[in-house]
Design a protein around this ligand. Structure first.
Ligand SMILES: NC(=O)C1=CN([C@@H]2O[C@H](COP(=O)(O)OP(=O)(O)OC[C@H]3O[C@@H](n4cnc5c(N)ncnc54)[C@H](O)[C@@H]3O)[C@@H](O)[C@H]2O)C=CC1
Ligand SMILES: O=C(O)[C@@H]1CCC=N1
Length: 278
């Protein structure tokens, strides 16, 4: 039997996982969702068929969804996660697994906010989950059994690739794949701007940039795809790409990407100190 999944706080990230889960064939009646207002509820219901519980109309909304769930996914902004955990604590059954998608909320902090022994899984997903092309890390809590971790893995495997990591690696995962889609979109924006600067009409530059980034992504899709080999296949010796790649490298492209990923990871660690108290 498919477990009942409750998406508490259904914005960008939890909404992406919810959409991916439904696209994988999980029936709507196995899904619960909560949002704050009727304005957010309407588009979610229209797009997914899930009728969310609205916290602004029903103060019991989060507890109601949590009570009905086998797996709860906490999807509010980091600053609200522990408060939400404390709010739903009285409604949880002992075996309900509480998964958090939040940056900066440690397993210890989450466990302190929940009833003793409550199974917890910390995850770091990304938004391509909505089209079932996410990649997500999972880290089980101290009271979480392998079966309970497997239950969360099954939910997330429906929306992408799952890796299990120790908690000390979560900041780095955040720097690479949690924030990573934004780096790729930034590249698409920059390519579009470059096209426009060279005189292309905006609509042409836009389609060239979008299709280049998403088409290149498709080539990377097979498990054995090698980005360096794919790059070499575009790069003729002394040709146009060779000149462009040299320009990237002479201007510190790899170091820039490493610094950006590190900045995301550092912010994740900083959030943990600010919000989790450990
Ligand atoms: N956006 C992303 O690409 C990623 C986000 N995350 C994590 O996901 C979490 C959510 O981030 P986003 O989805 O970007 O933010 P968001 O603002 O789009 O979504 C949060 C949603 O929760 C709702 N909400 C707030 N308080 C609530 C409450 N008490 N009860 C019910 N709903 C409530 C808000 O109205 C909003 O719709 C964060 O903790 C973030 O660290 C993790 C990985 C990637
Ligand atoms: O920007 C953020 O803080 C969240 C976490 C990873 C991606 N988005």
């Amino acid at each position: 039997m498919t477990p009942v999944l409750a998406f508490l706080g259904c914005g960008s990230m939890n909404g992406s996982i919810l959409r991916g889960v439904l696209a994988s064939g999980v029936p709507v009646d196995r899904v619960r969702a909560t949002v704050r207002s009727a304005e957010s509820a309407r588009p979610l219901e229209e797009q997914t068929g899930v009728r969310p519980y609205v916290t602004g109309e029903d103060p019991e909304a989060n507890r109601r969804a949590a009570r009905e769930a086998d797996v709860v996914l906490l999807g509010v902004k980091p600053v609200g996660v522990l408060e939400l955990a404390r709010e739903i604590a009285p409604a949880l059954r002992p075996g309900t697994v509480v998964a958090s998608v939040a940056a900066g909320i440690s397993i210890a902090a989450l466990e302190r906010a929940l009833p003793e022994g409550q199974p917890v899984v910390r995850t770091m997903p990304n938004t391509p989950s909505s089209v079932r092309r996410g990649v997500v890390s999972v880290t089980p809590g101290s009271a979480t059994t392998p079966e309970q971790t497997a239950a969360v893995r099954r939910v997330l495997e429906a929306v992408g690739t799952v890796v299990e990591v120790p908690e000390e690696h979560v900041d780095a995962v955040t720097g690479v794949s949690g924030s990573g889609p934004a780096y790729v979109f930034l590249l698409a924006e920059a390519l579009q701007q470059a096209g426009e600067r060279m005189g292309l009409p905006a609509d042409v530059a836009r389609v060239l940039a979008r299709e280049t980034v998403s088409g290149a992504g498709e080539l990377l899709r097979p498990e054995d795809a090698d980005p360096a080999a794919l790059r070499r296949a575009v790069t003729s010796p002394k040709g146009t790409t060779d000149r462009a790649i040299r320009t990237f490298q002479e201007n510190g492209f790899e170091d820039l990407v490493a610094a950006a990923a590190q900045a995301s990871a550092d912010r994740s660690a900083e959030l943990t100190r600010e919000l989790s108290g450990d």
